[in-house]
Ligand binder design. Structure first.
Ligand SMILES: Nc1nc2c(ncn2[C@@H]2O[C@H](COP(=O)(O)OP(=O)(O)OP(=O)(O)O)[C@@H](O)[C@H]2O)c(=O)[nH]1
Ligand SMILES: C[C@H](OP(=O)(O)O)C(=O)O
Length: 213
């Protein structure tokens, strides 16, 4: 299946500014992208899931797979890559900030035989999708999972959800880094540790702290 991975390399992950400076956020976003691409490669090589990845980037990058450069807003760029006519091959969309994704977790996205398969993100987003019907179009940002349900319902499409902690955890805010450090299985947790980001208890809860050295 064609798997589109949207990626915006210019000034990424602004909400992580309390913990990482701009150069670090750029490097960390790239590390997460590489982790997601590595999981997709493992799915293809070891799990019998045919994966044809395409990074849909706002600027040219070199990442070892095909890249389409498209600087339009996310929704427009993704909609241009979805099935356009009956009989077109299905397309998956997997965000580049799913630092907890594993082959097992992502394999679940491809299991339901529905017109549209949605992996919701915490906070209302849509972290991953499979689209098998040209009547479906994405509308990202805001409570996009609600919008995507509505778009599928209005087009009378079958819709399946994937209930997955790993796919629901996109990395947007400092608290999400706790999940990466505790549960990540790619390079992202090591990158954070080397950069001096660690888990600390604060007011009885887990938080991240940044060493100054
Ligand atoms: N191709 C493309 N990808 C985008 C665009 N905006 C965001 N993305 C990617 O979409 C995914 C979700 O992005 P967000 O978390 O909403 O935005 P972000 O820019 O990474 O982070 P913030 O600055 O904190 O909003 C990530 O994989 C981004 O790299 C865009 O305009 N075009
Ligand atoms: C693209 C957007 O991502 P979020 O801002 O929720 O991480 C969404 O999933 O609609």
């Amino acid at each position: 299946m064609r798997v589109v991975v949207p990626f915006a390399p210019g000034r990424p992950k602004t909400r992580l500014a309390p913990v990482l400076d701009e150069a670090e956020r750029t490097a960390f976003a790239r590390t997460m992208l590489d982790d997601v691409l590595s999981v997709l490669s493992t799915l293809d090589r070891e799990r019998g899931v045919s994966v044809d990845p395409l990074v849909l980037s706002t600027a040219p990058i070199d990442c070892g797979v095909s890249v389409a450069v498209d600087d339009r807003p996310l929704t427009d760029a993704v909609n241009d890559r979805l099935p356009a006519s009956d009989g077109d091959d299905p397309v998956a969309v997997v965000m580049a900030d799913l630092a907890l994704a594993t082959p097992d977790a992502l394999a679940r996205l491809f299991e339901p035989d529905a017109d549209v398969v949605v992996a919701p993100g915490r906070g209302g987003g849509t972290n991953a999708l499979v689209v098998r019907d040209p009547a479906f179009r994405v509308d990202y940002h805001g409570a996009s999972v609600r919008d995507h349900r509505e778009i599928a319902r209005e087009a009378d499409l079958s819709l399946a959800h994937v209930d997955s902690f790993r796919l629901a955890t996109d990395v947007d805010e400092p608290a999400d880094l706790v999940e990466v450090l505790l549960h990540g299985e790619g390079e992202a947790p090591a990158w954070l540790a080397e950069t001096g980001v660690s888990v600390a208890a604060a007011d009885g809860r887990a938080d991240v702290e940044r060493n100054s050295g």
